[in-house]
Design a protein around this ligand. Sequence first.
Ligand code: X2X
Length: 338
Amino acid sequence: MMTALKKWTIAVVCLLMLPALSEAGYKKEYKLSCVVGPKMPWGEGATLFADLVRERTEGRVNIKVYTAGSLMAGKQTNEFLLLKRGVADFAFASPINWSSTLKPLNLFNLPFFFEDYAALDKVTAGEAGKAIEAMIAKKGVTVLGWGENGYREITNSKRAIKTPADLKGLKVRVVGTPIFIDIMKSMGANPVNMNWGEAKIAFQQGVVDAQENPAVGIEIPLKIWQFHNHVSFWGYVIDPLMFTVNQKTWKKFSEKDRVIIRQAAVDAGRMQKAVVRKGLVAPDLSAHELMRENGMEVTVLSSEEKTAFRSLTEPVYKKWVPRIGEELVEKAKADMGN
Ligand code: X2X
């Protein structure tokens, strides 16, 4: 038989443990997945988010950033599945890497679809953005906020690219997401899939002639001029980024912490976006200047020159709009005012 004193002691101990128990639902450390390294603005954005969350939750939520695809052994197109399964709790992710699993995300891969930054912002903040967030939520992942990798501009070691004839036959590294093979083929290039980790080695070894990535987001921090001496600003695809969390993890946070984490994603996304957009729009073309200073020939395509490429990608639209969903594409067009 338990004595009254023992019962009383147990009750007090339980009461004392209550705050500890509510925090006990929390992990000591949460994992955040990021495909690129810590020195790219994308990686810095991930760290900024983790820092804001740690500070504002007074250490209750401690996120460790796993850069360079380390949670998925570099296989970037596996990221969504890993997040869904809880191998990662959070991801600061590009839709490009998820779009082989989540077909509607190919909206962002449609070539020459987003005319400028304002157009992208209208979509991510608009009805299409809401529909995308709802689609991802149904799969067990919550979108907390948007950041950006940037417009993907093509660089190569052979010649200035201004017309489809210049692109013809060039061996271009693309991400292992099927639509990119279709896009490059439609424009006459010779695409090859590669994960980001291998791609950097391929540039070094000259295994490929060309690649496409954001200038400020990736090419400048990578010092792409070590491998390629031509860049063409053609703005064919813009790559947003999303702060995301696995819902099993998300549900365990208190309401107060959820508000804090969401706001941290919005704030980190806004700051990170400003970084990757800098120096790319007149009058501030300092990013173009920097590439020139490092020996690159910088080509900026006019809208007529872009149209020459865009018209070749018609088969891509025919094949991929139904896979993305007619309705979503229409929503995005309406958001942009088209
Ligand atoms: O692999 C790429 O090109 C990169 C780093 O931009 C993405 O992860 C989409």
